[in-house]
Design a binder for this molecule. Structure first.
Ligand SMILES: C[S@@+](CC[C@H](N)C(=O)[O-])C[C@H]1O[C@@H](n2cnc3c(N)ncnc32)[C@H](O)[C@@H]1O
Length: 234
């Protein structure tokens, strides 16, 4: 079960217009996602379906899932049957999804909640078609280092309470660990972006805008499924 189940309603309300979700993460990730009209897109850890809804609006054929049944309820209500939204824990194999059945996948703000992301990344790699893209956003390792201290190279699981008493578990790891795992699974990094806040945040949340303009909080990747006999596998 996702720990988000315990505060699903509170998270769903928060994500709609929060500084970090609505005015920072989503604008930056959706810019990387770009035009998905007519493409088959997997929304991994879809939460309350805010990405799912936008992907559908852009003309994609979307399958979405999340471990939290309550968040899936919110997402289903949001997309009203237009996308296939399921309860599934990404630590389990995606047995219900065929090999090479998606053009793109998005995994916004989920990666850091996995203690070992490799099995899940392997499944994403399997269901993507040749050259398929995986767009990820996650917590910037520099932020974890600034907040947690100690060695930047620490790789550990942390339990914390965020916002309105949300008890979460997340992994703190250096950038080199994430990149090694992408490589191990067979993804190449096409883009790495340290996003800046959207202009819409300036008026709505001026203090957060000022901080996020100076200090990284999230980091985004566009990964590309490498050819089986890619140059780095020789
Ligand atoms: C910060 S929220 C992001 C939700 C959504 N992607 C968004 O950006 O609005 C993290 C999401 O990851 C989901 N999640 C965490 N661990 C998961 C797992 N093992 N399997 C599936 N979903 C998981 C949570 O339930 C939650 O919906």
């Amino acid at each position: 079960m996702s720990s988000y189940e315990a505060f699903a309603d509170s998270f769903a309300a928060h994500a709609e217009d929060s500084a970090h979700n609505a005015h920072y993460d989503r604008p930056a990730v959706l810019e990387l996602v770009g035009d998905v009209a007519g493409r088959r897109v997997l929304d991994i850890g879809c939460g309350s379906g805010l990405y799912t809804e936008e992907l559908v609006r852009r003309g994609a054929d979307v399958v979405a899932f999340d471990a939290s049944a309550r968040l899936v309820h919110h997402a289903r209500r949001r997309v009203a049957g237009v996308a296939d939204v399921r309860v599934h824990d990404l630590r389990d194999p995606f047995e219900w999804l065929a090999d090479e059945s998606f053009d793109d996948a998005v995994m916004p703000l989920v990666l850091h909640h996995l203690e070992d992301p490799v099995p899940a990344l392997r499944e994403v790699h399997r269901v993507l078609g040749p050259g398929g893209r995986l767009v990820i956003s996650t917590v910037h390792p520099m932020l974890d280092w600034l907040q947690q201290g100690g060695s930047y190279f620490t790789d550990e699981t942390i339990d914390e309470v965020w916002n309105d008493g949300w008890a979460v578990r997340f992994r703190r790891a250096p950038l080199t660990a994430w990149c090694a795992e992408f490589y191990e699974v067979g993804f190449v990094i096409e883009r790495l972006v340290e996003p800046l806040p959207a202009d819409s945040m300036k008026e709505r949340y001026p203090e957060v805008y000022d901080r996020l303009s100076r200090q990284p909080f999230f980091i985004n990747f566009v990964l590309r499924k490498a050819p089986a006999q890619g140059p780095f596998r020789s």
